[in-house]
Design a protein around this ligand. Structure first.
Ligand SMILES: [Mg+2]
Length: 281
């Protein structure tokens, strides 16, 4: 991370206020969707809202008119896909009808991303496989000479999967500098604390460094820190950003409360959540 004095002279290409406004809008949209289904992964979507927002709205380069971005996003923590869906709707890739039919028999969007749906590059949610696909995608980009950047978000729980570490090893061994990965380090895996179930998991960033990755450690709800971690990278190694986050971020009664891993708020809870969001800057 560079120092604040250096940041001050960077061209004014990042609008923090705008990023916060987008995240508020996206959380509101997810809450609205929650009123049409009996359960959804709201806690894990809220913990990576700022990260996924920055990836889509700050980092991924626009494509040619009517075309795709040269860069790719893969939601390795597939259960957090609500935030991906609402951003894809915001970008006009998915429709309001698509989101209104979420998790219905006639809809095409399920609780995990399905390859073949607009904007979805891989089926994920069986945790531990996403980063391996990212390595393959990044290698393919290099082989084609297109060098698109592959962005991904992993959960902290899935970093315990052995297959994740095989991908970590290959990413650095192959010198895939076009990978930008985040760990949504909310210290929960389903209903338990990651730090309690696997206390030797931490410190996490030094393990990625030992495997040859460049790392950054940030507050994953601070869009400025997310932006800086990626734009300040050296580019000589694949990047892993370990982002401290809060499961259920943005709604006080959901934050760090395990039941919100997979639950929809009732009408009263929904009203309270919306009122809280309205008070946030
Ligand atoms: Mg987690």
């Amino acid at each position: 991370m560079k120092q604040a004095t250096e940041r001050a002279v960077r061209p004014n290409s990042f609008d923090l206020k705008l990023a916060r406004a987008r995240c508020k809008k996206y959380r509101r949209r997810i809450l609205d969707m929650s009123q049409h289904v009996s359960a959804l992964h709201i806690g894990g979507a809220f913990s990576c809202t700022e990260i996924v927002d920055c990836i889509y709205n700050e980092f991924m380069r626009p494509g040619k008119p009517g075309g795709k971005s040269p860069d790719t996003f893969l939601m390795s923590k597939g259960h957090g896909c609500m935030i991906q869906y609402v951003i894809l709707e915001d970008h006009g890739v998915l429709s309001k009808a698509d989101l209104d039919a979420y998790c219905t028999p006639h809809g095409r969007l399920g609780t995990h991303p399905d390859y073949g749906n607009p904007g979805i590059e891989a089926s994920t949610g069986a945790l531990g496989h996403g980063l391996s696909m990212v390595v393959g995608m990044a290698l393919a980009e290099r082989g084609r000479g297109t060098n698109g950047i592959i962005y991904t978000v992993l959960s902290d729980g899935e970093v315990q999967e052995g297959s994740t570490w095989e991908a970590i090893l290959m990413g650095s061994s192959l010198g895939l500098t076009n990978i930008v990965a985040f760990v949504d380090n909310n210290d929960f895996q389903s209903l338990g604390r990651t730090s309690e179930t696997h206390p030797t998991f931490y410190p996490l960033a030094e393990k990625f460094r030992a495997f040859g990755w460049e790392t950054a450690e940030i507050d994953g709800h601070d869009p400025q820190q997310i932006y800086d971690a990626v734009t300040d990278r050296s580019g000589s190694k694949p990047l892993m950003v370990v982002a401290r986050t809060t499961k259920g971020k943005g709604v006080s009664y959901m934050e760090n409360v395990p039941i919100w891993h997979y639950r929809s708020p009732n009408k009263e809870e929904y009203a309270k959540a919306i009122a809280e969001l309205e008070t946030q800057g």
